[in-house]
Design a binder for this molecule. Structure first.
Ligand SMILES: O=C(O)C[C@H](Nc1ncnc2c1ncn2[C@@H]1O[C@H](COP(=O)(O)O)[C@@H](O)[C@H]1O)C(=O)O
Length: 463
């Protein structure tokens, strides 16, 4: 057999590429390396701007030429880094060499030794990860997540008055409305949205073991913690003052746990919508030209929700692994986080793909209100709860002598199919006040939805 040309091993880089391309801008190896170059360049510019060690501030043209290494970062730089790394066997050292090479091209060799000055690789790496993860979450993942929430909000409003039989334990239960049930999910997703939006992105910049030892020996009089803080904050990150060699990654654990939490709520949504589809509550809108089953021509399969379910499982597993392993590092550092963090894009990629599929799936379903009403009409026994609760109120108010309302209704309804006529007959014979009796006689399963409709308003206006 002829070997295939080199193939992507991950489906994210294969069949799902289009759905996750935007993440690659930030969370690919090239995205990381571009951020590393940016941090190295900005540190160099910071040192010279402050005339550290007798250096002079670069002219704006020189600074712009140096920054062009970041803004014009492309295939040539990717290839050059690979060449350097083939020799250094150290990815951050390769970045340093790339910056030094640019300095040489710009005639700035006199400041070459300020490249990567007093830095350990983690100083560059942790800031680069904070920058790229922040960009990926804020510019790619969150917009997609907000899009799904907006679509769900719309469904919650559209179906707020669509009465539906509930199914606790999969069995007929006190009715609700489809809109209210969707609103529950929106409320949950929006709480987590607020938490994710409030996430901190921390950075350390304090040398090989975090105590500024090399910095102090090079310039004992400089206020290195203040410099470190100013530099980290100038990148839009939150300064972490106290770490070992590595940034402690607690912010990452918090962020990934929140995204995994959102993923689990979305997983619950995907399996519920799948179940409603199988119950006939949602119809799937056939897509022109699409095939459901390769052999059963009648089928429209809920593949969007199934794909989302699987991708959320993968994503949550990876996010959990990141959140639990990144917070440990032996003594002042081990290198496991380096390898683990290379998979942040994979974890977020599966999540993004799931969001994409849920968004598409939601656009391809339509509520079958008649199916919902038919189900309500064949389950009058759910009114057993209504009747026993009204009797309790009547007994308490002194308008009824019934001794055990629950047992009475249990006798009538448990495990039985009851029709409208049975209930009318039962209620008519009850020893309760007239007003309560009329209220019960007027009740139907589809009207027994409490405050379901108005509860949708708990969502408030979209943000
Ligand atoms: O500033 C330093 O480098 C200090 C050094 N600690 C290190 N910190 C950060 N990166 C380091 C470290 N050590 C190795 N490397 C390089 O990390 C790369 C690991 O590659 P991979 O296993 O694919 O994740 C791979 O390129 C490695 O060469 C220490 O001795 O404490």
């Amino acid at each position: 057999m002829t070997p295939l040309p080199p193939q992507p091993l991950s489906p994210l880089d294969g069949r799902y590429r289009a759905a996750v391309t935007d993440l690659g801008e930030h969370l690919s190896e090239a995205g990381l390396n571009r951020a590393r170059v940016r941090v190295e360049v900005e540190w160099l510019l910071y040192l010279t701007a402050h005339s550290m060690f007798g250096s002079r501030p670069l002219s704006s043209e020189e600074a712009a030429s140096l920054r062009a290494l970041v803004t014009d970062f492309g295939q040539a730089e990717i290839d050059r880094l690979a060449e350097f790394e083939a020799t250094t066997r150290h990815d951050v050292k390769a970045v340093e060499y790339l910056v030094r090479e640019r300095l040489s091209e710009l005639g700035l060799n006199h400041i070459a030794e300020l490249t990567h000055f007093a830095c350990t690789s983690e100083d560059i790496n942790n800031l680069s990860y904070a920058l790229t993860v922040k960009d990926a979450v804020q510019n790619v993942w969150l917009p997609k997540y907000r899009g799904v929430i907006a679509a769900l909000r719309e469904l919650a409003t559209t179906y707020r008055d669509a009465p539906m039989l509930s199914h606790t334990h999969g069995q007929p239960a006190t009715p609700s409305t489809m809109g209210r049930e969707i609103a529950v999910t929106v409320y949950r997703l929006e709480r987590i949205l607020t938490q994710i939006e409030a996430s901190e992105y921390l950075g350390k910049f304090s040398g090989a073991t975090g105590d500024f030892a090399a910095h102090v020996v090079a310039d004992p009089d400089a206020d290195w913690p203040a410099i470190s803080r100013e530099f980290v904050e100038s990148l839009g990150l939150t300064w972490n003052p106290l770490t070992t060699q590595i940034e402690s990654h607690d912010w990452q654990a918090e962020l990934y746990s929140r995204i995994a939490h959102a993923g689990r709520v979305l997983h619950n949504l995907a399996t519920d919508v799948w179940t409603y589809i199988s119950m006939g509550y949602f119809r799937q809108i056939p897509q022109a030209g699409a095939t459901g089953s390769s052999t059963m021509p009648h089928k429209v399969n809920p593949i969007r929700f199934e794909n989302a379910e699987a991708n959320l499982e993968l994503s949550c597993a990876l996010l959990d692994s990141l959140a639990s392993t990144l917070v440990t590092s032996r003594l002042q550092r081990d290198l496991t986080d380096s390898t683990t963090q290379r998979n942040i894009g994979v974890a977020l990629g599966h999540s993004l793909l799931a969001l994409d599929n849920i968004g598409r799936g939601l656009r391809e379903i339509d509520l079958d209100r008649d199916a919902l009403l038919a189900d309500l009409d064949s389950n009058w026994e759910v009114l057993g709860e209504a009747i026993q609760t009204v009797i309790r109120a009547e007994v308490t108010a002194g308008r009824s002598q019934i001794s055990d309302p629950y047992a009475l209704l249990k006798e009538l309804t448990r495990g039985k199919r009851i029709g409208h006529a049975d209930l009318v007959e039962f209620v008519s014979g009850l020893d309760i006040g007239d007003e309560a009796k009329q209220r019960l006689l007027a009740l139907t399963a589809q009207a027994y939805i409490g405050l379901a409709e108005s509860q949708v308003d708990a969502l408030g206006a979209p943000r």
